[in-house]
Design a protein around this ligand. Structure first.
Ligand code: FAD
Length: 248
């Protein structure tokens, strides 16, 4: 149970320190995942941060939730910076490249200079999309199994060939940092992402949205689920007052 420092009152909700993080793990795409590995604070952290302005702490759950709604509705977002998540993600390089553009957060990535790539570490798509003239950003899924199989065949051929050359280069004694440059953008990478809830909401606005690439949408939707489970009031307020995307 969380204990409010100001009033000493016991909060009714479970403290995040006692949470079993293993339940916050989701498989994404064919070989990827996102899992919550650590967290600091929850809805109550935002409430306490907001009330410190008045030298006050937690009140009743109804009033605490109402405060979160008020903060979100009026754009007072700094209290949400006191909720911090650390995720471990496995995603193709092209997804990671889009993800790493989100500067408000911290990343640490596995090094392909120090580790050898395994041959099963390539993303094989499960759907095929085409561009549409009305919207240059968007790509729409086609229900065309024949085309999908053809696309997968073509991609697998390239992946097999580039991996074969990668191994040959390593066999010649070429350093991993140089050999890796023949590998495709479909290669999986892994990274840690530490992000506060305010920046996470910005990520969801931009990536849990139909204008974002379908693959990163899948990660954003999974992160939204974890956000909802761990911070239900903040998530509810975000969806009601802050969310600008169209997938949640
Ligand atoms: C659909 C889509 C298409 C995209 N297409 C392209 C593209 O074609 N080319 C391309 O280069 N990028 C593209 N991007 C990436 C996009 O421009 C952003 O870099 C990315 O979405 C991160 O958003 P952000 O800057 O809000 O996030 P963060 O970097 O996490 O920043 C969060 C917020 O902090 C503030 N902030 C951060 N840094 C600064 C700063 N230096 N100065 C002032 N305020 C700051 C801003 O308010 C910002 O919204 C695309 C993104 C999307 C979602």
């Amino acid at each position: 149970m969380a204990i409010d420092e100001t009033s000493g009152k016991r909060a009714e909700r479970q403290n995040m320190e006692n949470i079993d993080f293993s339940k916050f793990e989701k498989n994404i795409l064919d070989k990827g995942f996102v899992r919550l590995v650590d967290m600091m604070g929850d809805d109550y952290a935002a409430v306490k941060a907001a009330r410190v302005s008045y030298g006050q702490g937690l009140k009743t759950p109804e009033r605490d939730k109402a405060l979160i709604m008020y903060l979100m509705e009026h754009g007072h977002e700094t209290p949400f910076e006191h909720i911090v998540f650390t995720f471990h993600a496995k995603a193709p390089l092209f997804v990671a490249r889009q993800w790493f553009r989100h500067r408000i957060g911290s990343f640490n990535e596995i090094s392909q200079r120090y580790t050898e790539i395994k041959d099963e570490e390539f993303y094989i798509p499960s759907n095929v999309r085409v561009n549409v003239p009305e919207d240059r950003q968007k790509a729409v899924q086609l229900n065309d199994e024949e085309l999908l199989h053809k696309v997968i065949d073509m991609m697998e051929n390239v992946f097999d060939e580039s991996y074969k050359i990668y191994k040959e280069l390593l066999g010649l004694g070429v350093a991993r940092e140089l050999a890796r440059i023949v590998l495709p953008l479909a290669t999986y990478t892994q990274f840690y992402w530490t992000v506060n809830a305010r920046s996470l909401m910005n990520f969801l606005n931009l990536r849990a949205d139909s204008h974002a690439q379908w693959e990163i949408q899948q990660y954003a939707i999974a992160i939204a689920d974890i956000f909802k489970e761990t911070c239900p009031w903040t998530y509810e307020a975000f969806i009601k007052y802050g969310y600008r995307g169209d997938l949640l």
